[in-house]
Ligand binder design. Structure first.
Ligand code: HEC
Length: 309
């Protein structure tokens, strides 16, 4: 009887310690999903379009204008504020927005929000991203309505776009290539969304896949995004692997020039925090692309127009 009591007490003590270890392991796991999400957020370029840095806007609370040929879009509030941000979104709401371009109310987002790339992010990575976003301070700030040239708020145009123009392609890994090549491909095509700026679009706004990374005269904000295929003459064929990873980390080009514009933003708010291994993987992937010859000088009238400012 007495002996049984001792065993029972020991068992209780054991269970107590077991639960304590389990719950602290759980806490650590929760912390690490936020940490993981933060890293993925940086790999995605830091979502700078959602912070109005120029006007000292609050982190991720929206309001930043983005000029496009279809009008001016304003980055939205993606802080966890339940009223004006995404605080009420379920996991599935978030995943649908990121992969299908649909709001929880079923509204179609314009592909200025690069879900055309984000749709390739793995589910577990999307959930980590959401965990990170839900860990930043909530800010109550209403979204501004976009200033579009499209009629009916553009929803009919978007229905057409999503059904007839957009042909989503899932991420495909190639087991015969190295693990780092596949990692670089995943980062470039899904999270870092390089194509959204560096791949030219057709008149309907769809990316020309046969011109993958060959540069675009009319990137977001009307900026020219250069040809980043390894073509010797018109691309970055004379950059080494180290040149590329150093550039993605520091914004410094091999000729000593500093990066400008939106590329500066994605480096500053995001890519610069990537681990060396991931920067190298991105460089390995870029250098493996088929070189595409695409000369992108803005024509002289555009250059003189730009000089007027
Ligand atoms: C939001 C738009 C945007 C995204 C996303 C983006 N870039 Fe850029 N990138 C630009 C612009 C604009 C420039 C031109 C900047 C300049 O010349 O100073 C540029 C310049 C570059 C250059 C310099 C090329 C040269 O010839 O000078 C490289 C290399 C580059 N980007 C690689 C990448 C890679 C790799 C990714 C994804 C990991 C990426 N970019 C994502 C807009 C973008």
């Amino acid at each position: 009887m007495v002996k049984g009591g001792i065993y029972l007490r020991r068992l209780r003590v054991l269970i107590f310690w077991f639960c304590l270890v389990c719950s602290s392991a759980n806490l650590a796991a929760e912390e690490s999903i936020v940490e993981k999400g933060k890293y993925l957020f940086q790999a995605a370029g830091g979502c700078g379009c959602h912070t109005d840095t120029k006007n000292d806007g609050a982190f991720l609370a929206g309001g930043r204008p983005i000029k496009t040929p279809f009008g001016i879009f304003y980055g939205t509030n993606i802080t966890p504020d339940p009223e004006s941000g995404i605080g009420n979104w379920s996991d599935e709401d978030f995943i649908r927005a990121m992969t299908k371009g649909l709001s929880p109310e079923g509204k179609h987002y314009f592909p200025v929000f690069p879900y055309t790339s984000f749709m390739r992010i793995k589910r577990e990575d999307l959930l980590a991203l959401k965990a990170y976003l839900f860990s930043v301070p909530p800010v109550n700030q209403k979204n501004l309505s976009h200033d579009l040239i499209l009629p009916f708020g553009g929803q009919y145009a978007m229905l057409f776009w999503e059904n007839f123009v957009w042909s989503p392609k899932a991420f495909k890994s190639f087991p015969e290539k190295t693990a780092s090549w596949n990692r670089g491909a995943y980062l470039a095509q899904a999270l870092a969304h390089c194509a959204e700026c560096h791949t030219p679009r057709n008149l309907l706004g769809a990316l020309k896949t046969e011109m993958h990374f060959a540069g675009s005269k009319e990137g977001p904000e009307g900026e020219l995004a250069p040809n980043i295929t390894p073509d010797e003459k018109t691309g970055i064929g004379d950059w080494s692997k180290v040149d590329i990873s150093y550039f993605l980390e520091t914004g410094m080009k091999p000729d000593g020039d500093d990066v400008q514009g939106l590329m500066g933003d994605v480096i500053e708010f995001g890519y610069q925090h990537l681990r060396d291994k991931d920067l190298d993987a991105l460089a390995e992937y870029l250098l493996s692309l088929p070189p595409i010859s695409n000369e992108l000088q803005k024509d002289s009238t555009e250059i003189s127009k730009a000089l007027d400012y």
